[in-house]
Design a protein around this ligand. Structure first.
Ligand SMILES: [Zn+2]
Ligand SMILES: [Zn+2]
Length: 108
């Protein structure tokens, strides 16, 4: 169900990020092309576009979309073994945690 709710959101992101194109750089192997929920690989980390609509974390730090990021989190001890998430993204361990999306740049 939630997939359908997210669809319009994802669509608006695609529109907002116009000009980025759809070409994949091939960094994320196994990711099906056209997964519009997720930011493209050429967004600036920390920017508005750098956001995983599915997991509500920055796309550049979304270990669920890109498991290749996991070792980096583990290396900085930012890792919750129990939930398989970066501790800084683990809402189960940190119920008060709020990960907010960077504001949309204006006048663009
Ligand atoms: Zn994700
Ligand atoms: Zn946890």
């Amino acid at each position: 169900m939630s997939r359908f709710l997210l669809a319009p959101l994802a669509l608006s992101i695609v529109i907002a990020g116009c000009g980025e194109g759809t070409k994949q750089t091939g960094q994320s192997e196994g990711t099906p092309a056209g997964s519009a929920i997720h930011a493209s690989s050429n967004v600036v980390p920390g920017s508005y576009e750098d956001w995983c609509e599915e997991h509500h974390v920055p796309e550049s730090a979304c270990t669920r979309c890109d498991p290749a990021l996991i070792p980096a989190f583990k290396a900085t001890k930012d890792w919750c073994e129990e939930h398989g998430l970066p501790e800084s993204q683990c809402l189960d361990c940190n119920p008060d945690l709020k990960i907010v999306r960077p504001p949309k740049p204006e006048g663009k």
